[in-house]
Design a protein around this ligand. Sequence first.
Ligand code: GAR
Length: 192
Amino acid sequence: MTKLAVFASGSGSNFEAIASAIENGELDASISLVVCDRPGAKVEKRAEAFGIPVLSFYPKSYESKADFETFILQQLNEAGIEWIMLAGYMRLIGPTLLQGFEGRIVNIHPSLLPSFPGKDAIGQAFEAGVKLTGVTVHFVDEGMDTGKIIEQDYVRIDENDTKENLGRKIQAVEHVLYPAVIRSLLQEKIKR
Ligand code: GAR
């Protein structure tokens, strides 16, 4: 069974979607570790409910990104982690982890990349007045949401949508798309 680590900074609803897909037998994998760079974030409680260990850390307690990524890399290797799934991890991945997990780090982003990279992609799309936005799952490189696109799905922005309910529509699509893409990746249906 493939061992995954999920990295998150916030609520962890995508973590939960992946963990539930595993629990329901839709995904032949296990989440061996959740990595969280914001101690106290809701994802910690969600992980606890699934009995999954959490590695929480304060980035500011380290001198550099290389320092905390070296620490994380050691923990991932000790746990035998094969893939890193970013799920709302609001931090660029540095060279230490990129080299340690080359071609095996994936991210989900709430827009149709290359449109609206970076923070608050849902708000950016809403403010821009586009009629179509969506979700992208992509490989991670050193850039901000720039890696090779694996899969996308769209969400229509209707006349009476608010930013809040657009957020809910996007997340509903994320929670289906991310486990499905991970499943294909692990079955090697997707070329790296
Ligand atoms: C998700 O919508 C994810 O696409 C987004 O953060 C949210 C996390 O929600 N990620 C990014 O914006 C990355 N650039 P969650 O904590 O409930 O899974």
